[in-house]
Design a protein around this ligand. Structure first.
Ligand code: RB5
Length: 153
């Protein structure tokens, strides 16, 4: 699986730690930046970059990190078909794949430490979407996109 990474200036160190962690686990990681903690980068740019990489099929899933994980996930979630979930513990990271078919995990570098963040990404990437009744509910999310004229399908 190919995983796209994006972060703002406050989350560069955690992004690098998580990329190394997932590479060690055999994932192919693509870095959409930023790489410089000393130059301010606006989180919507990186949320959009990773979301669009998923849409283009360049990567399968994404990891987004900013200070809280919130701003960067809000930006990514504006892209149709993107379901980015902010998680601060592994249980939610597992369930957001199993139930919500999330394709991006978002975290806050000012919220979680690096060891907890590794457990969160492991829970996210080890989980499988369960389909069934959950698929119908995820389809309802797509229906909302369609209602407002920005769904793909
Ligand atoms: C940057 O200071 C901060 O606003 C950003 O990293 C993020 O927390 C926004 O949601």
């Amino acid at each position: 699986m190919k995983v796209g990474f994006g972060c703002d200036h406050v989350a560069v160190e955690l992004k690098n730690i998580l990329m190394e962690h997932l590479k060690e686990r055999g994932y192919e990681c693509v870095d959409y930046g930023t790489d410089d903690p000393n130059v301010k980068t606006n989180y919507p740019e990186k949320g959009l970059a990773v979301a669009e990489a998923i849409k283009r099929g360049e990567v399968d899933k994404g990891v987004l990190i900013c200070g809280t994980g919130i701003g960067i996930s809000l930006a990514a979630n504006k892209v149709p078909g993107i379901r980015a979930a902010v998680c601060s513990e592994p249980y939610s990271a597992k369930l957001t794949v199993e139930h919500n078919n999330a394709n991006i995990i978002a975290m806050g570098a000012r919220v979680v430490g690096s060891e907890l963040a590794k457990m969160i990404v492991d829970a996210f990437f080890d989980a499988q979407f369960q389909g069934g009744r959950h698929a119908m509910r995820v389809d309802m999310i797509t229906d909302i996109e369609r209602k407002y004229g920005y769904a793909d399908k």
